[in-house]
Design a protein around this ligand. Sequence first.
Ligand SMILES: Cc1cc2nc3c(=O)[nH]c(=O)nc-3n(C[C@H](O)[C@H](O)[C@H](O)COP(=O)(O)O)c2cc1C
Length: 249
Amino acid sequence: MNKSDENNFTKENQAKDSQVQSGQEQDSQAENSQIKSNPAKNSEKISIKALTTESTPFTSDELIHWINSRRSVGNLDLPAPTQAQIEEAIECAATAPDHKKLRPWRFIVTAGDARHDLGRALVEAAEAKATEEGEILSEKTVKKTQTMPLRAPLIITVVTQMQEHKKVPHFEQMLSTGAAVQNLILALKAQGFSTVWRTGLLCNEPAVKAYFGVSADDYVTAFVYTGTSPKGEHPRKPIDIEPLVRFES
Ligand SMILES: Cc1cc2nc3c(=O)[nH]c(=O)nc-3n(C[C@H](O)[C@H](O)[C@H](O)COP(=O)(O)O)c2cc1C
């Protein structure tokens, strides 16, 4: 992406940000009322600040158990994180390993009514793809696609904005984005929220990239659907790492 593309990205997203804000305000009001009516949930929240101080009250076993307890949740409700919480989580994302500090990640927060706009971009992408493949989308598929962003009150889209550097190939920048996404997900979990990382076949179709102001060379790497799980997170069955690992000495 050249400099002027980069500016476009920022400019387009400033416009989108204001849409997000107005949607987020609506969500935040509902969120605050839910927070007030659910003090038990709040007291269960673990502060990310507590996790990062030297005098962490958690043992390494507790922290490891907590990391292993993360589960994806497909359908999420309010409350969603506030803008301050989102920014805090993105600060964690931005500490991901990042060769030559290229910061190839960008974050776009979509909430409230802006989710309908994203749904329309996904339908446009699906229709263009179907036409290319000589197919016509059924009404059911159109409706399903349009409502996909409504599966959570808030979506953090993570984009890999590829930088040109002779020592840092694009695949490293993509991997760095993956690490940033995982940090983001864990930070949101630390704040008491659940997530699911989705991409889907449409995320890098031209209509979706155009919607986000992402250039052809860059990638939509994650839609981090974010909110509160009505049923908590299901316990994970232990994973046998034996076939996955080899120790050599
Ligand atoms: C790059 C990437 C893209 C993914 N895309 C989707 C997706 O589009 N839809 C989906 O249901 N799961 C997707 N997943 C998988 C879920 O995020 C999740 O990891 C999986 O359902 C396993 O659940 P768990 O995280 O609780 O182990 C994706 C994961 C990754 C890493």
